[in-house]
Design a protein around this ligand. Structure first.
Ligand code: PGA
Length: 219
């Protein structure tokens, strides 16, 4: 059976203390085998989050929000894929905030995918519509229309299904398509109940541990 991915993208939020408080709220929780729950904290919190998950045997998985387009070397301020792999199993690549605010090109994004895969990371590849080029190595895609991100104005499940079908048609290597953009505990099931949608990528509503738990439960 295909897994349902429920992914928290904390973006540039949370201190050490705040992240430990969030993770503590997951100490007594276990998830059914068909739900893959992944938390993507900022780089500074990956090591301590990994330590916390291991020492408390939590069933959450870790992901990064980005990796460098370069390997190890003289690239000030960059974090390369093998450094991420020491702590995380996944990485988001190509989020629209990186494409738009940091001007990441399709070529740069493709290089990031190559590096992430070579390091053994599973890639959660973000696209804004069905026309975004998807590298051959990508099997998990998150469809996130820009107008839905952080706006409280999600896409309709019907349109998300149309886009998911178009993505699969153009990119037969893609196995799972997730939806992202203003997902909440109230609307998550309208997306995950569609057979073409294999999960959700959640920004704002993932910052509060209880509201994210509501999303996991209802997905
Ligand atoms: P949002 O963000 O849930 O706050 O809309 C989603 C995302 O950008 O991944």
């Amino acid at each position: 059976m295909d897994k349902t991915y429920i992914i928290a993208n904390w973006k540039s939020n949370k201190t050490q203390k705040e992240s430990q408080d969030w993770l503590s709220a997951y100490k007594e929780l276990s998830f059914p085998d068909d739900k893959e729950v992944i938390v993507c904290p900022p780089f500074t919190l990956l090591a301590t989050s990994a330590w916390f998950l291991n020492s408390n045997s939590l069933s959450l998985k870790l992901g990064a929000q980005n990796v460098s387009a370069f390997l190890a070397g003289s690239y000030t301020g960059e974090i390369y894929a093998e450094q991420v792999k020491e702590y995380a199993a996944y990485t988001i690549i190509g989020h629209s905030e990186r494409r738009n605010l940091f001007h990441e090109s399709n070529e740069e994004i493709e290089q990031k995918v190559t590096n992430a895969k070579a390091a053994g990371l599973e890639v959660i590849f973000c696209v804004q519509d069905q026309n975004t080029p998807i590298p051959q190595a990508v099997t998990i895609v998150a469809y996130e229309p820009v107008s839905a991100i952080g706006s409280g104005n999600p896409d309709t499940p019907e349109n998300a299904v149309i886009v998911a079908k178009a993505i699969k048609e153009k990119n037969p290597q893609v196995r799972s398509i997730l939806y992202g953009g203003s997902v909440t505990a109230e609307n998550v099931n309208s997306f995950t109940s569609q057979k073409e949608i294999s999960g959700v990528l959640v920004g704002k509503a993932s910052l509060d541990p209880q509201s994210f738990q509501g999303i996991i439960q209802n997905a």
